[in-house]
Write a protein that binds this ligand. Sequence first.
Ligand code: PLP
Length: 425
Amino acid sequence: MHAPRPEDNARPEVVYLDNNATTRVAPEVFEAMVPFLTEYYGNPSSAYRFGKLVQGHVMEAREKIAGLLGCTPKEIIFTSCGTESDNMAIWSALQTSGKRHVVTTQVEHSAIMNQTEMLERMGFGVTRLPVQGDGTLLLSDVENAIRDDTGVVSIMWANNETGVLFPVEEIASLCKRKGVLFHTDAVQTPGKIDLRHVAKSDIDFLSMSGHKLHAPKGVGVLYVKRRTKVVPYVIGGGQERGKRGGTENVASIVGLGRAAELALQTLADEQSRVRAMRDLFEEMLLQRLPYLYINGKRDQRLPNTSNIAFDFVEAEAVLMKLDHAGICASSGSACTTGSLDPSHVLSAMGMTPARARSCVRFSFSHYNTEADIDLALAIIPPMIEGLRAMSPLGPEHTDNFNYDVTAAREKEEKLMAATMAAINE
Ligand code: PLP
């Protein structure tokens, strides 16, 4: 058995509506990268001209990324991904502050969720703030959670599942007043919202990831504000001015630099045309289908994200049918093998497991066209009607009223445990 090779099958024609999962590499980005995989393969740390030349291009990319954040190139550290940037920021803040408590939210990406769980096992304290029904966060909750031993507050800028935005610049100022370092996971934001004021804000650390802004997978950035202390998380050579060991992923860094330039150029399109397409998509679905809920208020979300509850159907069934129709979207659920747990983000918003499991995320990019939206709108309403017609659930089902979330979870967990026990027997 081998994994399917590109030449085994013609690439399926897809309508890609899952741009929060990853994005296509922009042709301009690919073009910028190629010479660094073929001709200019020198090590940027080498002393001879062949290395120095490559180093110059890494520096140029650093300048371009600094342009995206309105900061200086010295404030940019290249990493291997968004996850590493997140992990580094939190670890570094705890090391340099010498403190042992982290404030974060219940809706972070697993890069933060799993790291803070690990920190708890190591004896650190973690406070995970709740969110409101619309996915927003109360500033007063952040303020009340900060303790004398808090080393870092880490709160994402935009949620990857719902697109809901948090007021991170306000939170950063609050943290500064309290003398606590602030990190934001901004992986979902570049090219979607304007970040050029970051350096003027009180944000100490900000994480980005190449593959969310039309650069390749496997390259990330950690912005560290001038004068904020930082220690390496990946320990090795003296690369990145001693802040991140490991030979630079030159081609991807060059690609990310080009992608940062393009992100600035396409920002207006993302905020107008992509937003209009997303809004039209939501409006048309609301008109055509009953029992449909859009998660998160429109003006408090990224312009490209729709997370929609299709009551009385399972998102997994919707996604399978969409896949057959050539449409890529994803469910909000954690979707770990053997787990029936609904998404931690939607659960934190107070959604019942049944509704959370009916949610599908559609995320657009400036490569999407009106024809993509038309196709999705032609396919989705009859598909949902068909699935609902087969579903035992419906508006009259008793589970819809006075739904006991805790009892439902317990029942599901027992059922799952019994299933797993039977499988393992
Ligand atoms: N943070 C958020 C909000 C994300 O959406 C992702 C990717 O899905 C990450 C972090 C992790 O980024 P990477 O895949 O580059 O490790």
